[in-house]
Ligand binder design. Structure first.
Ligand code: ZN
Length: 400
């Protein structure tokens, strides 16, 4: 352990040491092993440190076969003596999140007996899984409150190396996975826990803990929370979003929920009104068409359209067929690279719609369906819509 400077003092940001080995791992990545190091390797739920060694970026740190490998961004020959610099913002963030997790887990356990079964520390999210199926808001807030009290009291966070025998003096929160080199992290009269991570020396440095959300995860509850500087950063982000929303919705923060509710309701109302207006317009269009064709003495209405939905054309066709029982209506729409056809007839008209439309579909690789009085089809735009309509109109006489 003597080569692990982060255990002597987790606040070491810069150190000087000798290079013991510089080589390339089996996957071709260059790494260096140092006589001693302040770089924390991934472990115990805490991600590795980053930083530089002799100004070369350290991209990963792993403990493999008892040696700590510092993976470098590029393969540069290092001198015998180097200076290592730990990215302190990243490390201190990990220390705050990690210690915050100890405190929150202990708060849940001390108050309610809820055990933490796993922990995840990522750049975006920080979660613990509790061994319960449901968490109430009351319990979550109570644990958060106790955790923040422990932070405010600025209790020491001590670390102690103990033997397996000495262990019996302590009641640990979690069973240990190691039997030698046992490292205890202790917040006196609150939490006793085996842990190999890095922590600040007092709880006050965790600054604050805020639970964000929780959800059931199989038979457990996953609690999402943040600690330390992340609380300030996220508060800032959320505040920006809220300010933008108050401006957009022209409502104060506390009335945001009802303002959005009103917006949704009015959107629904408007959609309904638009539907009704569209129906009136279609009825008007249908009446106009019938009048126009009847005045010319034509009983078959043929129309070509661009970019109209099949649903709209179906509605129009039904309105026309319902308004006049001797009329036949056939329309073709060019919708981007597709051709769509709808046909409808009044009850006295003799033309068979299904037969008429299915006859033309092979020309456009199309498919369709329907019956004698109402049918539709669609296919590729292999020939101009006006040609399709022309052929359909010519056929109307033959499919009675
Ligand atoms: Zn820890």
């Amino acid at each position: 352990m003597e080569n692990k400077l982060y255990y002597d003092n987790p606040y070491i940001k810069s150190f000087q040491t000798k290079v013991i080995q510089q080589t390339i791992d089996p996957s071709g990545k260059p790494y260096v092993v140092l006589e001693k190091t302040a770089f924390y390797p991934t472990g115990g739920g805490q991600p590795h440190d980053t930083g530089t060694i002799h100004d070369v970026k350290v991209v990963n740190v792993e403990e493999t076969d008892g040696e700590i490998r510092h993976y470098l961004e590029k393969d540069v020959k290092l001198p015998d003596e180097i200076i290592g610099e730990v990215d302190w913002n990243r490390r201190f963030d990990h220390m705050q999140q990690h210690a915050g997790q100890h405190i929150l887990s202990a708060a849940f356990e001390n108050l309610f007996g809820y055990k933490t079964v796993s922990f995840h520390l990522g750049t975006e999210s920080l979660t613990i899984d509790l061994d319960i199926e449901q968490l109430t808001e009351h319990d979550a807030l109570a644990a958060e409150k106790l955790a923040n009290t422990i932070i405010l009291e600025n209790r020491p966070i001590e670390t102690k190396w103990v033997t397996n025998e000495e262990l019996s003096q302590y009641t640990l929160r979690k069973e240990l996975s190691v039997t030698d080199d046992i490292r205890l992290v202790i917040i006196p009269d609150f939490d006793y826990n085996g842990c190999g991570g890095t922590h600040p020396k007092e709880t006050g440095q965790v600054r604050a803990i805020k639970i964000l959300d929780w959800e059931r995860q199989k038979k457990k509850t996953r609690v999402q929370f943040i600690c330390g500087n992340r609380v300030i950063e996220q508060f800032h982000q959320k505040q920006q979003i809220l300010l933008e929303l108050t401006r957009l919705l022209n409502a104060p923060e506390k009335e945001m929920g009802s303002a959005v509710q009103r917006l949704i309701e009015s959107g629904k109302e408007q959609s309904k009104t638009i539907e009704m207006l569209k129906d009136s317009l279609l009825q008007y269009e249908a009446d106009q068409l019938i009048n126009e064709f009847l005045q010319r003495g034509e009983m078959v209405i043929g129309k070509l359209y661009q970019n109209r939905t099949i649903q709209e054309l179906q509605k129009l066709a039904r309105l026309i067929a319902a308004a006049n029982n001797t009329i036949t209506f056939i329309c073709v729409a060019e919708n981007e690279n597709r051709i769509q056809i709808v046909g409808a007839k009044g009850s006295q008209s003799l033309c068979n719609m299904q037969q008429l439309i299915s006859g033309i579909l092979p020309l456009i690789n199309g498919k369709g369906g329907g019956n004698e009085s109402f049918a539709q089809g669609g296919g590729e735009r292999l020939l101009p819509g006006k040609d399709v309509l022309k052929q359909l109109m010519e056929q109307t006489g033959n499919v009675v």
